[in-house]
Design a protein around this ligand. Structure first.
Ligand code: GLC
Length: 525
C-alpha cells in the first residue's frame, strides 16, 4: 500500500473555497475543441491567482461520454480525450505545489454499459448479480420506476431480461447488496487517495441502495424503494474508515428535501460534507434566503459538520441567468426553452450572491465560469448532447447550456478554447466579451470581484453567524471580529452601519453612501 498522503488532515475543508472543473469545457491544451488535463495544468496559475483552496474535477475517467463522463468504463484510467493517468498525477502534484488540493468525482450508483462488468453481464456471466437484472411482467418491465432523465428505468436485453438504470440506459445501476461492489469501490477510493487526492465527491450518494424486492413506488410510503435508504449509512461508515486512513474527505451529492434525513449523511463517522442544494435552489428573496441559511446551519449543527454554499454547478441553470428571471429559484421540472431573462439584473444579483455566499460559515463551491459571470448559453438543438434533453422527448433544454467551453482570450479563435477545431459545444455570439483577458485588469469585472472576495474572505474567521437588525428585504449578519455582511434585496437603498470601514461591495453605493437594491457589502468595525 502507498503512503497515506493526508496523514495530517488540517480541517481545510471546513472553510475552503472549492472550484469545480468540468474538464471537457475548462481549457483546451491540444486545441482539438475538447478540454483536457494539459489545459488545466496550463491554467493552474489562473486558479492560484483566483485564490481557491481545492479543485473538484467532474469525472475524468475512461468513458463513452453518454452522460458527460458520468458513465464510467474504467475508474482507474483517464479518458484519452483528457490525457493520461501520469498527467493526472502530475496535475495533482503541481496543484498541490500551488497550495491547491484535488477532489475527484466517484460515481458509485452505476457504471457505463461499456464497463467490463456489464459487458460480462450481457454475455450472460455471473456478473449479472452485480447489477439488477430481472424478468419482466409479461412484456412490461419489472416495475414502473422512471429514469431520472425521463422514460422507464428499465431496458430489455436480448435474452428477454431487463436491467435497471436510474439514469440513461448506458448507465446500468450496480447492486450494492453484492459484496464485490462494495469491495471494488473501497479499492477505487484507495487508488485515488494513493495518488494524492484530498477528497472525493460522491455522485448520486442517496440512490445506491435499492429495496431488494424492487416494489413499485407509492407516493408517501416509507421507506422509498431507492432514495435515502437506511442501509446506505453502513456503506458510508465503511468508506469513512478508508478515508480516515488517508486523511481524505468526502462531499456527497445528496438531494433530499428533509434536512434531518440529509444531516444523517454527515454524522461524524460518515461523509464530511454534502452540497447544499436547498440554498442553490432558493429564490432571490431575503426572507427565503435567511430561512435557507438558518435551516442549513440548524441542520448541520447537531452533527458537527460544516455547511456548504453552492450557487450553481454543471447540472443546473447558471446563476446570472437564473437570477435574471421571474422565477429565481431552481427546479429541474420548471426548465424550459426561451424563458425571458434580464442578464443585467441577474448579473447584479449574482455579484451580491457571491459576496453573500463567501461570507457564510462553511465551504463555498464555485463552478467554472461563475467567476466570469457566464450566462446559461442557448445551445442549438441539433448540437445538444445531454441525455436529459433526449429522454424528455426534447422538452427539457438539458444541461449543456451551463457546460459550454470557457472563453479565455477575446481575440483568439473560439475565445482561446480550441485553436484547431470547433469547441465540442458551440460558444454563443458575444462569448469573448466574458473572456478572462478582458476581465483580468478590469476592477469592475466579475473576475475581479471573486478574486477580491476570496482574498478577503479569511476576515470572517470560523465563528458563528449573528443576524443583525435590518429593514425588510435586507440581510445583515456579523461574523467573527466585527466583520459584517449586508445584502440589500429591497427596492429602496439601505443605510450601512455607522463607524464601519467598507471592505468590498458588489456594486457602487449611491451618492449618499447607501447600499442600493441587489447589492452586497462587507464592512469592518
Ligand atoms: C449526478 C451528476 C449528473 C449526472 C448524474 C448521473 O447528478 O451531477 O451530472 O448526470 O449524477 O451520474
Amino acid at each position: 500500500m502507498g503512503q497515506p498522503t493526508h496523514a495530517r488532515n488540517t480541517g481545510w475543508w471546513r472553510s475552503a473555497v472549492i472550484y469545480q472543473v468540468y474538464v471537457r469545457s475548462f481549457a483546451d491544451g491540444d486545441g482539438d475543441g475538447t478540454g483536457d488535463l494539459a489545459g488545466v495544468r496550463a491554467r493552474l496559475p489562473y486558479l492560484a491567482e483566483l485564490g481557491v483552496d481545492a479543485l473538484w474535477f467532474n469525472p475524468w475517467y475512461l468513458s463513452p461520454m453518454k452522460d458527460g463522463g458520468y458513465d464510467v468504463a474504467d475508474y482507474r484510467a483517464i479518458d484519452p480525450a483528457f490525457g493520461t493517468l501520469a498527467e493526472a498525477e502530475k496535475l495533482i502534484a503541481e496543484a498541490r505545489e500551488l497550495g491547491i488540493l484535488t477532489i475527484v468525482d466517484i460515481v458509485p450508483n452505476h457504471v457505463s454499459d461499456q464497463h467490463p462488468w456489464f459487458r460480462a453481464a450481457l454475455a450472460g456471466g455471473p456478473e449479472r448479480e452485480l447489477f439488477h437484472f430481472r424478468r419482466g411482467r409479461g412484456e412490461l418491465p419489472p416495475n414502473a420506476w422512471r429514469s431520472q432523465f425521463g422514460g422507464p428505468a428499465w431496458t430489455r436485453v436480448e435474452d428477454g431480461d431487463w436491467y435497471l438504470h436510474l439514469f440513461a440506459p448506458e448507465q446500468p445501476d450496480l447492486n450494492w447488496a453484492h459484496p464485490a461492489v462494495r469491495q471494488e469501490h473501497e479499492d477505487i477510493l484507495r487508488f485515488w487517495w494513493e495518488r494524492g487526492v484530498a477528497g472525493v465527491r460522491v455522485d448520486s450518494a442517496a440512490l445506491l441502495v435499492k429495496d431488494p424486492l424492487l416494489p413499485d413506488f407509492t407516493e408517501g410510503r416509507d421507506p422509498h424503494p431507492y432514495v435515502d435508504r437506511d442501509e446506505l449509512h453502513d456503506v458510508y461508515r465503511s468508506w469513512r474508515a478508508v478515508a480516515d486512513e488517508y486523511g481524505g474527505i468526502f462531499v456527497g451529492e445528496v438531494w433530499l428535501p428533509d434536512t434531518e434525513r440529509f444531516a444523517r449523511y454527515l454524522r461524524p463517522d460518515e461523509l464530511h460534507t454534502a452540497f447544499n442544494f436547498a440554498f442553490m435552489a432558493c429564490p432571490w428573496d431575503a426572507r427565503r434566503l435567511r430561512a435557507s441559511i438558518d435551516g442549513t446551519l440548524a441542520a448541520h449543527a447537531p452533527v458537527g459538520a460544516p455547511a456548504t454554499w453552492v450557487l450553481c454547478n454543471h447540472d443546473v441553470t447558471r446563476t446570472v441567468t437564473r437570477y435574471g428571471r421571474t422565477d429565481t429559484g431552481f427546479d429541474f421540472a420548471a426548465k424550459a426553452f426561451g424563458t425571458p431573462t434580464d442578464l443585467a439584473l441577474g448579473t447584479r444579483r449574482a455579484r451580491a450572491a457571491a459576496l453573500l455566499s463567501l461570507a457564510l460559515p462553511g465551504a463555498v463551491y464555485v463552478y467554472q465560469g461563475e467567476e466570469l459571470g457566464l450566462p446559461e448559453a442557448d445551445v442549438p438543438r441539433d448540437r445538444i448532447e445531454d441525455p436529459m434533453h433526449f429522454r424528455s422527448g426534447g422538452m427539457d433544454p438539458g444541461r449543456d447550456g451551463c457546460r459550454v467551453p470557457l472563453p479565455w482570450t477575446s481575440e483568439a479563435p473560439h475565445a482561446g478554447f480550441g485553436s484547431l477545431e470547433e469547441p465540442w459545444l458551440p460558444q454563443p455570439a458575444g462569448w469573448s466579451a466574458y473572456a478572462v483577458d478582458r476581465q483580468r485588469d478590469d476592477p469592475d469585472s466579475m473576475l475581479a470581484l471573486y478574486r477580491a472576495a476570496i482574498a478577503a474572505r479569511p476576515v470572517f474567521g470560523d465563528g458563528p453567524l449573528t443576524w443583525l437588525p435590518s429593514p425588510d428585504g435586507v440581510l445583515a449578519f456579523a461574523r467573527a471580529e466585527g466583520v459584517i455582511c449586508v445584502v440589500n434585496l429591497a427596492a429602496t437603498p439601505t443605510e450601512l452601519p455607522a463607524r464601519h470601514e467598507l471592505l468590498l461591495s458588489s456594486g457602487p453605493l449611491d451618492d449618499r453612501g447607501r447600499l442600493p437594491q441587489d447589492t452586497a457589502a462587507w464592512l469592518r468595525a
